[in-house]
Write a protein that binds this ligand. Structure first.
Ligand code: FAD
Ligand code: NAP
Length: 546
């Protein structure tokens, strides 16, 4: 039997992978348990056609190794899933990470043993693991969900979920495909599925605001300029609210990017109708996202929403399809911004049909397809692009129990309660990576992940060096932090009453409506974490009785 590690890590996405590297450097014995058969997390599971990043790859990449930064080349500015997965595999090979990772191992329970001061983990296969520290690197978007639709089990064709896409190629040639869901995953998949399938029915409940993605291939000179400036780029990321440097190459670009129009006082309201329209005509629908007041002022928001809808009517030929594609009951900035490649134009294809589920509600799944109250759609393949039990799903699914056997699901009965999205009171020596209450999904996630793993590694080192038995947040720290998390989210479009997003848990029936990530900005958050470490973790209770 292998020796007991110092730290057990659950998950081998970018967080778990970096944990292996970092914790090893700190002299810790680490063991990672991962449900999938290899590294990559999100990019291992989400292999649907069209899957790609919405953060530039030179920024959505690890910053811990200057050598890695220099040797890796990205083929596109915003990389596709296969390239990101290739990168994850390269990192695993280069730093020999797999020897500390056990794959095909799903953790089904994690329990704190007060007496032994150990975390005991159980796996689906019945294996048991113990360690003094446990890090849940289980991901914010790693529990795919399917809605509870009548008759769903009866469908005899092929059923797929974008978040659990098979490794083997899916042959859609000559097939009639139905897809439910038009969030980021659906919007990315739909144009590609339309090219592969004989015909595609898109079952849409809520239309989406989506803007064209940057689709440039990487020019070598630009990549080199990034590489030459990587240290200052990483510093700039640390000081940006979303963890993105916004570094603008100068030497390698053919025409330097004008950036002045993205100034903080770039508001839509003071502009005349003509000026607003001219901006959209000139720069496209994405320009609406550059106006600051769109995110905080409901009047400005509605001006932008209306211009957006006008834009959709210009892009989609059939006016009733265009009308159905226009969001009307919530505004820009409420949900995670969706980026697309030819989404609206896809609805101009002869083989694509939009089924508006608000006009003709879905009644049942049948053995051969989907019935709405208007008609039946025969399908060979049914694809769910219906999202995830975000932020809390993977933690709750792992059946975590803390001191005295308290289940995490009880502690979080009214919504997630954490201190800094890193720890929960009553769950000593357990750490969450990019947990609720941290910038997490509002940030370039690799930046957020590296900061968390660094903080956790330093914290564990401190505990060991000072002979401290346990760490957990003080009650006051936890409650004031959660108040602060809620307070900063108020007044933004994220929490407007007509906004129903997964950030708020609104995509899961019965999930408490709480805005889960920290919207106060990554630098402010990072300062707070650093403050804690610099002051001997004063917001935490440290048990020195060891
Ligand atoms: P994950 O990559 O989710 O990895 C968690 C791992 O934990 C998984 O492999 C899972 O199998 C494992 N796991 C979970 N529970 C258990 C258990 N009980 N037992 C064992 N193993 C378990 N973020 C961005 O910043 N930019 C983007 O452009 C972007 N695009 C995205 C596109 C998609 C399709 C999705 C779904 C998410 C995207 N994200 C993006 C968010 C993305 O999840 C993060 O960027 C990042 O990959 C998260 O890494 P992670 O290691 O924290 O979690
Ligand atoms: P999502 O945003 O939650 O979208 C789910 C979709 O499924 C919505 O359109 C939803 O409609 C629909 N749906 C759910 N239940 C339904 C039902 N019963 N009937 C009909 N429709 C139903 O999930 P996602 O698209 O997978 O994206 C989740 C997150 O992952 C993103 O916000 C993003 O953070 C990340 N992601 C990023 C990228 C990227 O660009 N890099 C790509 C994919 C995912 P309603 O709105 O009506 O509920």
């Amino acid at each position: 039997m292998a020796a007991q590690p110092d730290v057990l890590v659950v998950g081998a996405g970018f967080a778990g992978m970096y944990a292996v590297y970092r914790f090893r450097k700190l002299g810790l014995q680490v063991r990672v348990l991962e449900a999938g058969s290899d590294v990559g997390g999100t990019w291992y599971w989400n292999r649907y056609p069209g899957a790609r990043c919405d953060v530039p790859s030179l920024e959505y990449s690890y910053g811990f190794s200057p050598e890695l930064e220099q040797e890796w080349d990205w083929p596109e500015v915003f990389s596709a899933q296969p390239d990101i997965l290739r990168y994850a595999n390269h990192v695993a090979d280069r730093f020999d990470l797999r020897r500390d990772i056990q794959f095909n191992t799903r953790v089904t329970a994690a329990a704190y043993d007060d007496e032994a001061n150990l975390w005991h983990l159980e796996t689906r296969a019945g294996e048991a693991f113990s360690a003094p520290y446990c890090v849940m690197a289980t991901g914010c978007l790693s529990v795919p969900i399917k809605p509870d639709l009548t008759g769903a089990e009866s469908f005899t064709g092929t059923v797929l979920h974008t978040g659990l896409w098979p490794k083997e190629e899916v042959d859609l040639e000559g097939k009639t495909v139905g897809i439910i869901g038009t969030g980021s995953s659906g919007v990315q998949a739909i144009p590609e599925l339309a090219k592969l399938a004989k015909s595609l029915h898109v079952f849409q409940r809520t239309p989406v605001y989506t803007v064209p993605a940057n689709r440039k291939t990487m020019r070598e000179a630009v990549q080199q300029e990034f590489k030459d400036n990587y240290r200052s780029i990483r510093d700039m990321q640390q000081n940006n609210a979303g963890g993105v440097s916004n570094f603008r190459p100068q030497r390698s670009v053919k025409k330097p990017t004008p950036i002045s129009f993205r100034a903080a006082d770039n508001n839509i309201k003071p502009l005349s109708e003509q000026e607003r329209r001219a901006r959209v005509v000139q720069r496209g629908l994405g320009e609406l996202l550059a106006f600051s007041d769109v995110y905080t002022d409901s009047e400005a928001n509605e001006i932008a929403n209306e211009l957006f809808r006008e834009g959709v009517h210009h892009l989609v030929r059939d006016s009733s399809t265009a009308q159905a594609l226009c969001p009307t009951d919530y505004g820009l900035g409420c949900k995670r911004q969706v980026l697309d490649r030819d989404y609206y134009d896809t609805f101009n294809r002869d083989n694509v049909n939009l089924v508006d589920l608000q006009a003709t509600p879905l009644e049942t799944i049948t053995p051969t397809g989907i019935s709405t109250d208007a008609r039946h759609y025969d399908l060979d393949v049914l694809i769910y692009a219906t999202g995830f039990d975000a932020m809390t799903g993977a933690l709750l699914k792992a059946n975590v129990t803390g001191r005295g056997g308290q289940p995490l699901k009880d502690k979080w009965n009214y919504g997630p309660v954490t201190y800094l999205g890193l720890q929960m009171r009553g769950f000593p020596n357990l750490f969450t990576v990019t947990g609720p209450g941290s910038p997490s999904v509002l940030c370039n996630m690799i930046i957020a992940i590296e900061q968390h793993i660094n903080w956790i590694g330093d914290c564990i080192t401190y505990l060991r060096e000072h002979g401290i038995r346990t760490i957990e947040p003080k009650e006051h720290s936890e409650s004031t932090w959660i108040e602060h998390v809620n307070e900063v989210a108020q007044g933004t479009m994220f929490t407007s009453p007509n906004c129903n997003s997964w950030y708020l848990g609104a995509n899961i029936p019965g999930k408490p409506r709480i805005f889960m990530p920290y919207v106060g900005g990554y630098p402010r958050y990072r300062d707070r974490c650093e403050h804690e470490a610099a002051r001997d973790y004063e917001g935490f209770e440290l048990d020195r009785s060891a």
